[in-house]
Design a protein around this ligand. Sequence first.
Ligand code: ADP
Ligand code: MG
Length: 353
Amino acid sequence: MARVEYENVSKRFPTQDRAAIDDFTLDVADGELLVLLGPSGCGKTTALRMLAGLEHPDSGDIRIDGKSVVGLEPKDRDVALVFQSYALYPHMSAKDNIRYPLRVKHMNEAERERRVGQVAEMLSLTALLERRPARLSGGEQQRVALARAIVRQPRVFLMDEPLSNLDAKLRTHTRTELKALQRQLGTTTVFVTHDQAEAMTLADRIAVMDRGRLLQLGTPDDLYLRPVNLFVAQFIGSPPMNILAAEVRDGALLAEGTWRLPLPRGIAAKSVSVGIRPEGIELDESSTDAQVGEVLVSEPLGSETIVDVKVGGALVKVRAAPQVRPDPGTRVHLRVDPSAIRLFDTASGSAIA
Ligand code: ADP
Ligand code: MG
C-alpha cells in the first residue's frame, strides 16, 4: 500500500516573488500512475522533490501511507527517483549500477543476484549487464536508470521527465513499455512531464498545473472532453481546442459575429468563449446552410489532415480524413457537432457548459 497525499502544500524560494507551489492538494491512489502535467516553470519538479525529501514545504503536509513524511530524510522515505539525466556511475557496469542501491540494504548475495536478474529480464537488459554506460545507447542507459529504481522495490516511483532525452521513436516505445511495467509492478508512480501527449498515453489520472496551482485532476478523457477552464482546454490536445469569441443573442450562439451555433441549455451569459475540438467540426462541401470559411492551408499528417480555415477574424483547425486536401483559397462549409461545443466564461476562463 502506498497512497500519496499533498495537503495545502505551499513553497516559495527566497529569490522568487511568487510561490513555486501554491496551496497544492492532491491525493494519489495506491498503485496509480499519476502524471503531473504543466508548462515549464509551473512547479512540477518542486512538487516531486518535496515528496522525495529534497525540498521542504513552507506549509502544508505530505503523507505516504497516511503518515507525514515532512522532516524525514530522503533515504527514510522509501521512494525512488528517476531523472531526465540518467546519472549512472560511469566507471561501473550496467549490472553494478543496478545493484548499487541494494548494497546499503541488508540483503544476502543470492537475493541481490536474483533481484538484479529479474529486473534486467523485465527491461531486456540481460545481454547488456557487463557494459559500462559509455557503451550503451541513450535508451539503454535510460532503462538501466529505471532498473536501478525498480530493483529497490520502493513504495513510490518518482519520475521527472525521464524520457525527455530520448529521440521521438524511442520515446513513444519506452513510454508504452513503462506503462506496461508500472501495471505489472503495481507501484504507485508520480510522473512529471510538460508533454501533453506523453501524459495522455501514460496516465491513469493527470494533474494539470499552472503557476504552482493544481487546475484540474482527472482521467485523460475527463481533461480532453470536460476541461475546467480555457488553460486546460488549450493545453490538452494537438492541435488544441479551437476557441472563438461569441455572443448569446436571441437564444442562439453567434461566434465571430457570423457563425450560428446551437446554444447549450441554460446559458444566460452574454459574452462567452466557445471551444470546439478540431474533430468536432466537419468540412461539408454539399451543404449550403453551414458556415462558410476560406482555407488557409492543409497540413497532411499521413493518418489525417489538419485544415486551417479562416472564419471571420478567427483561424479554425479542422481534423479531416487523410485524402482531404483543399487548396488555399478554397471556400468550404463548416458543420459543427452540437455535442462538441464547450462554453467558457471569457473573463474568468472557467467552463460553464
Ligand atoms: P517545472 O519543473 O514545472 O519546470 P520547477 O518546479 O522547476 O518547475 O520550478 C517552479 C518555479 O520555482 C520556477 O519559477 C523556478 O524558477 C523556481 N525554482 C525552482 N527551483 C528553484 C530554486 N532552487 N531556487 C529558486 N527558484 C527555484
Ligand atoms: Mg522540471
